[in-house]
Ligand binder design. Structure first.
Ligand code: GRG
Length: 297
């Protein structure tokens, strides 16, 4: 199966569940549920659920389990909440996401804040659902993985650092630390959740997967920066000065275009080399890694 097919299979699998997750039936405030659905179901590549599923497959030949499904749904709820909040006027103040009106534009600001809050709670509610034949200790460790990656030592910390440094120059190590939290933590958590759902307990293998996630998280961000510049070049005929100079902290601004591309290539090689240590079961995850590094949106 090609990587595109594997990704499509993961996307279909998680989207079927996301579609059923939030209904407006018997709701006190149906508009809130509609806003949550808007945040969750308006497209998206579903990369984090795919990382959960392929992290699982790396660790076991057993078919994907209900626990892996719950983790895939939960992490996408967290990702969606973060985007709804990131788009708010108090943060990035964006009107469009994935080509459609952002949640606060389609609804209103207060509803978007609440929809994000509720998506965050729903993630933990969904992953903590008692399940037959699932070890509660495993479930608890997974909840902790997700909470730590999302909160004040993970994604939220990265976002806070980003906001408090607007207009200031960052060093490369500050930029790296910020993205390790802001985007990397959730990407690493996705792979670890998959491994944990598969019952992986070997600390050495889990650490190697964490290292892999950190490399891919960074590679994801560099590619994101490069895509921004390519988007500007396509639209405006040349890279925007602010992206290449240091007004806006990005990898191309700090390393130059060629430097950023070289760094991306090195991270890609390192991530694949780590996965190769896991043997043939890593093939699909290697394919997904190639996709993340080479994606065009
Ligand atoms: C508001 C607590 C809080 C956190 C926000 C993730 C984040 C932190 C902000 C998003 C800002 C941003 C666009 C960062 C670039 C990397 C990124 C997370 C891109 C979006 O992820 P994709 O490409 O999105 O996986 P899709 O649309 O495919 O779901």
């Amino acid at each position: 199966m090609s990587t595109q097919q594997v990704l499509a299979e993961c996307r279909t699998r998680v989207e079927q569940q996301l579609e059923q997750l939030i209904t407006t039936d018997n709701a006190l405030e149906p508009r809130l549920q509609q806003a949550m659905r808007h945040g969750l179901l308006n497209g998206g590549k579903r990369l984090r659920p795919a990382l959960v599923y392929l992290g699982y497959r790396l660790c076991t030949e057993a078919p994907l389990s209900a626990l892996a499904d719950r983790a895939a749904v939960a992490i996408e709820c967290i990702h969606s909440y973060s985007l709804v909040h990131d788009d708010l006027p108090a943060m990035d103040d964006d009107d469009l996401r994935r080509g459609q009106p952002t949640c606060h534009i389609a609804f209103d600001e207060a509803t978007a804040i609440l929809a994000g809050d509720a998506l965050q709670c729903l993630a933990f509610e969904h992953l903590s659902e008692p399940m037959d034949a699932v070890d509660p200790g495993t479930q608890l460790r997974m909840l902790r993985t997700l909470a730590q990656a999302s909160g004040s030592q993970g994604m939220v910390a990265g976002q806070a650092f980003d906001l408090s440094h607007v207009g200031k120059q960052l060093t490369l190590s500050q930029l790296q630390a910020m993205h390790a939290c802001k985007t990397g933590a959730l990407i690493t958590a996705a792979v670890i959740l998959g491994a944990q759902a598969a019952g992986e307990q070997d600390p050495d293998r889990l650490q190697r997967l964490r290292d892999y996630g950190d490399l891919v998280g960074l590679a994801f961000q560099i590619q994101d920066d490069l895509l921004d510049i390519e988007g500007d070049t396509a639209t405006l005929g040349k890279p925007q000065g602010s992206d290449l100079e240091q007004n806006k902290p990005t990898y191309p601004a700090l390393l130059g275009l060629e430097g950023a591309r070289a760094r991306l290539h090195a991270l890609h090689q390192e991530a694949v080399a780590l996965l190769q240590q896991f043997g043939p079961g890593a093939q699909d995850l290697i394919g997904l890694t190639d996709y993340i590094v080479n994606r065009d949106h």
